[in-house]
Write a new protein. Structure first.
Lengths: 251, 380
């Protein structure tokens, strides 16, 4: 079993300084497992997390993370995990533009309240905000990219003010067409680190489920300026975790 | 040439002219480097202003993309002390709360328990809470700039980072209006802004380029169209994240445009510029920089002219004669009937009597170059 606190390729590639992590995936290679790993790591490290779930219900994540050795229900009860079920978001419905913006304001202020409450508590550890996924957030906003971006930018401000990090999942292939690249490009711009899951470029294989490339754009104020910026390796998703390895280093 | 750019911004406006403006453009492939270049120019100008060498007394930074702390930290690393920062730098913070959400939230909280104040504000940071109102922004900027006023001199410079974020809240015409109003404002010494060119349609960066006197593009050092897609080009990508080209286009007052470029790279926590060896000035033709040499030096040119090609007749001083298929008579026995024009193209003269091919044409009736098909009598 892999060790998640450190040691595996992904955490080595990601380093520790990244504030805004964007995970890009596509239909052939879903990147949700990266979110699970990061969520587990955030909670295991003594920090707290907020999870904005649009794609799946709580029980889904609970089941998966339990296999990986992390009890979400317990963390939720201890108020270490703040789980937002947003399948019905925006709650008040209504396609009026102002109404949607209001919903985002409310959602944001809820998050900010949670972050502040955690900070004033006894453990001032790292706080991780995870969004699964932004594409659905855009759907919830009735396709209004501006509202989503406003919301995301506000979340980004939390990262610089309150020792937060932000993890965002986006389905890259939805934005393959030139004219609606907007959201994807903006996300790539605000990201410090882009993790991209893609199917194996050489075709299907039984032991390899896909390849992961990590681009550490890192602002140069970061300490480890000499570090490698671009990583590429293969992954294999298992029941209780994920294996990362360099091409050709297995079998 | 980053120095030259900073020099232009430092020298500020001339009498009867608008303030010089720099548009800094970056794309996704090297956006952290473009941001670095922006910080570099900002810090350099601020330190010039602090040292009293610039026309402007101070710098107003309109911060959208980064928190104001990032600028202050960077300037401190560049050797500006707290005193100089307070004196010469004002930051209009459009990053923290651009739409007033936090204030709204804070007010609500305030009504409920009225305990703590949401104030992280320092002396030289002003939070703008309604970015959509461009007029208000204009007002705030000029008000902050007026704060530098000192013994009669009342110029200030403006940095906008970045226009791309501003464009999400306001339209292109209104921002163009803002920029040109600021340029023509009598207290503004210089203005520069960053724009992420790939976030917009191509015409949008163009519109802002038109307003500027200088354009600096930060472009990837190595261009590889498939750089994201194919894993084989990881090293290209890696290089592009650590190094970029800083291309400057200077528009002179008389309309002449000058091009320069430099290498831009990150070293430790700082941004460095390196004028590319022996090619700091790009030709007007903008020949792309390639790995191999496209031009020849003078010596190479003469050497090339002296090469004797293998198919060239090496006459060794004798007149060069090329056989045209007409005659096989030696030169002495020239046919007097032939036109003199044809004469000089004759049989090679046999200097050595070793081996020769004698060829005697069957008949002279036939024209050598007749159009007649020699095979037309064949019955196929």
């Amino acid at each position: 079993m892999e060790e998640y606190g450190g040691g595996d390729l992904l955490s080595e590639a990601m380093g520790s300084a990244a504030r805004v992590v964007v995970v890009e995936d596509c239909v052939e290679a879903p990147g949700a497992f990266v979110l699970h790993l990061l969520l587990k790591r955030a909670l295991a490290g003594g920090g707290a997390a907020a999870f904005l779930a649009l794609a799946q219900p709580f029980t889904h994540y609970d089941r998966i993370l339990r296999k990986m050795g992390c009890n979400l229900s317990l963390h939720r009860r201890n108020e270490r995990l703040h789980f937002f079920e947003l399948q019905a978001f925006p709650a008040a419905g209504g396609a009026r533009d102002g109404a949607i913006a209001d919903c985002f304001v409310r959602l944001y202020s809820e998050i900010q309240r949670v972050v502040e409450a955690t900070r004033t508590g006894e453990n001032a550890g790292q706080f991780t905000i995870t969004i699964d996924d932004v594409s659905l957030l855009e759907v919830a906003a009735h396709g209004s990219v501006d509202n989503v971006l406003d919301f995301l930018y506000y979340c980004v401000t939390l990262t610089s003010e309150m020792n937060c990090s932000l993890v965002i999942l986006i389905h890259e292939d939805i934005y393959a067409v030139e004219e609606n690249m907007g959201l994807l490009l903006h996300l790539r711009h605000i990201a410090d680190l882009v993790v991209k899951a893609a199917p194996l470029s050489t075709g299907l294989a039984a032991d390899v489920h896909g390849q992961l490339s990590v681009v550490n754009k890192g602002t140069f104020s970061e300490q480890r300026a000499k570090a490698q910026k671009v990583w590429s390796f293969h992954f294999k998703v298992k029941e209780n975790g994920t294996d990362f390895f360099y091409p050709g280093s297995r079998h | 040439m980053a120095e030259a750019v900073v020099r232009y911004l430092r020298d500020g406006r001339l009498d009867g002219e608008h303030a010089p403006a720099l548009a800094l453009e970056g794309s996704l492939q090297c956006c952290s480097l473009a941001a670095g270049a922006m910080l570099h120019v900002t810090a350099a100008l601020a330190s010039q202003a602090a040292a009293g060498k610039a026309q402007s007394r101070g710098l107003v930074v309109v911060a959208f993309d980064r928190s104001p702390e990032v600028y202050l930290k960077f300037m401190r690393r560049r050797g500006l002390d707290a005193n100089a920062l307070n004196r010469c730098v004002q930051i209009l913070d459009c990053y923290t709360d651009p739409l007033g959400w936090k204030q709204k939230f804070q007010n609500r909280q305030h009504q409920e328990n009225s305990t703590k104040q949401f104030s992280t504000n320092k002396e030289n940071i002003t939070v703008l809470r309604n970015v959509k109102d461009v007029n208000k922004m204009m007002y705030s900027i000029t008000e902050l700039g007026g704060g530098f006023e000192e013994e009669g001199k009342r110029y200030f410079s403006i940095a906008v980072d970045s226009i791309s974020s501003l464009l999400r809240h306001a339209s292109v015409p209104s921002i163009s209006g803002l920029l040109s109003n600021l340029r023509s404002h009598e207290q503004v010494s210089s203005i520069f802004w960053l724009i992420h060119s790939d976030l917009h349609e191509p015409k949008v960066p163009r519109a802002f380029e038109c307003l500027s006197t200088m354009v600096a593009c930060v472009e990837p050092a190595l261009v590889d169209p498939a750089c994201v897609e194919s894993p084989g080009s990881m090293s290209t990508l890696e290089q592009n994240y650590s190094k970029a080209k800083f291309i400057v286009r200077l528009k002179r007052r008389n309309g002449r445009v000058k091009h320069f470029y430099e290498d831009l790279y990150v070293e430790g926590n700082d941004v460095k510029f390196d004028s590319a060896p022996a090619s700091a000035e790009v030709n007007q033709s903008l020949v792309p920089k390639v790995q191999f040499n496209l031009e020849l030096s003078e010596k190479e040119r003469t050497d090339r002219a002296n090469v004797v090609l293998p198919f060239e007749h090496q006459g060794k001083g004798e007149p060069i004669q090329i056989y045209d298929g007409r005659r096989s008579l030696p030169e002495g026995q020239r046919d007097p009937n032939l036109a003199p024009a044809l004469v000089d193209e004759l049989v090679p003269k046999s200097g050595t009597a070793k081996g020769e091919i004698h060829y005697v044409r069957d008949s002279d009736d036939e024209q050598p170059d007749s159009d007649e098909d020699p095979d037309d009598d064949l019955d196929i």
